[in-house]
Write a protein that binds this ligand. Structure first.
Ligand code: ASP
Length: 318
């Protein structure tokens, strides 16, 4: 029987990290080991069926940028269009994996599975978590019903919209908040708790551009995240406005509430044509809108994902 292949795209991260000593789980350098080497170290991966690897980038994901996103989305679309490709696994750093997941969800809108995975310990660790995460991600990608952009870490499957990194050190570093995970991978078997994400038709609320229509990465709109906190002022907003910022996402307190001085500056920026969106700095819950709101809410997106949605909206045709 002809088995469809899984494409594994490498982008770097701790999963590809190396440390001087096997007992060092924090003083390592990310993005040192090629994706082909990561795969070769786990014979069980290829035993389950054909695998193709490609190194799309080799970076610490804290340094993720628009050029890598554009290239990654183009490679995802290229491989997904091939009938003999069942799905894609992407190895990625944990720091911005939730942003990449949301970006691919919004722009590629895949019907086939795109499974991002990562590690909290470098590949040289005495007990690395990357190999198991990669095996689990492959099990998800090979599952006959798998669909959409998901993230697999520590035996848990998260959806691209809800997932957030919530821990700096623990191996189980991600949470889907109130929504809960999509499912779990146990000994290679998938146990789903929720439905697979449906293919989003219009995830950011406008007819957004497809990958091939996106502007050159150095011309993507400037959208920044600012935070409300005790003693906040309008200074950061005014400085960004002076630099020509096109969009601002504010991480408000609680239900998106804003320090009055920051709010005044944001309203002034909004009146001057800057697009402003209100998210919350709370890790759980969403901003619930009220009729008197003067700044639109992020529709449940975290500040960093609301920023991506706003960038895509600003790039969409008028
Ligand atoms: N700084 C690393 C990265 O995001 C952290 C990790 O992968 O866990 O690439």
């Amino acid at each position: 029987m002809h088995r469809q292949q899984i494409v594994i795209l490498g982008t770097g991260g701790t999963i590809a990290g190396r440390a001087e000593s096997a007992s060092d789980n924090v003083g390592y350098t990310a993005a040192q080991v090629g994706v082909d080497q990561l795969v070769a170290a786990i014979p069980a991966l290829a035993e389950a069926g054909p695998v193709l690897t490609e190194q799309v980038a080799q970076i610490d994901s804290k340094d993720m940028g628009f050029a890598v996103w554009a290239r990654l989305a183009a490679r995802v679309n290229h491989f997904l269009a091939q009938p003999d490709v069942k799905g894609i696994v992407i190895t990625h750093g944990t720091d911005t994996i939730e942003e990449t997941a949301y970006f691919l969800h919004a722009v590629c809108r895949p019907a086939k599975p795109v499974v991002l995975t990562c590690a909290m310990r470098p590949s040289t660790a005495l007990v690395p978590d990357g190999p198991q995460n990669l095996l689990d991600a492959m099990a998800v990608a090979r599952h006959p019903d798998a669909a959409g952009v998901v993230l697999v870490c520590a035996g848990t499957v998260h959806g691209a919209v809800d997932v957030q990194k919530v821990h700096t050190y623990k191996l189980d570093a991600f949470s889907s908040g109130d929504a809960g995970p999509l499912g779990h991978v146990e000994e290679g078997a998938l146990r789903m708790s929720r439905n697979w994400p449906s293919v989003p038709v219009d995830p950011v609320g406008v007819a957004i551009k497809t990958v091939s229509e996106l502007a050159e990465p150095d011309r993507w709109p400037r959208v920044e995240v600012v935070m409300s906190h005790a003693g906040a002022s309008g200074a950061v907003v005014q400085a960004l406005q002076a630099q020509g910022v096109q969009g601002l996402v504010v991480a408000g307190t609680g239900n998106g509430s804003l320090h009055q001085d920051l709010e005044a500056a944001l309203l002034q920026a909004q009146a001057a044509g800057v697009r402003v969106v209100r998210a919350t700095r709370c890790p759980n819950g969403r901003v619930l809108p009220a009729p008197k709101d003067k700044i639109p809410d992020s529709q449940g997106l975290s500040p960093v994902k609301a920023r991506i949605a706003l960038m895509l909206r600003l790039m969409a045709p008028a």
